[in-house]
Design a binder for this molecule. Sequence first.
Ligand code: ZN
Length: 139
Amino acid sequence: MTQVAEFNQCPVCTQTFPTGKTIEDTAARVVHDGQHLTGLGWCPDCAARRGDGFVAMIEIEEADVLPDNTPLRADKPRRTGRIGFLRRQVWEHFSNAQVPDEMVVFVGPKTMKEVDDLIASLVIEAARREREHLGATLQ
Ligand SMILES: [Zn+2]
């Protein structure tokens, strides 16, 4: 049997990446673009963000989002292609909901826009505070 590099697909960003393991080249494996996929696994980038306390937001079609931020079609959520990351505490404050253990939530485009607006307002507030701080130290 030939040994080949094993790939997983990230459930957050959908990238495929090598796991660093080798597996037997059997017909039972799913082969995608010459990559031997064996399943889902967080890619190093998304795993690092989760480790830093960020919640992954996967944007899906508005009609497919259930009130608890899970997808209507759990087996095949209709992704829009946008993802985002938000600090766990910010997500809990923003959504008034607990973050699932997997640190993944599904949001519609409306919610993603609200998060965008929230981040923009926080950036403006941080800049205002910085200006005040600088003003105070220059007196
Ligand atoms: Zn990823």
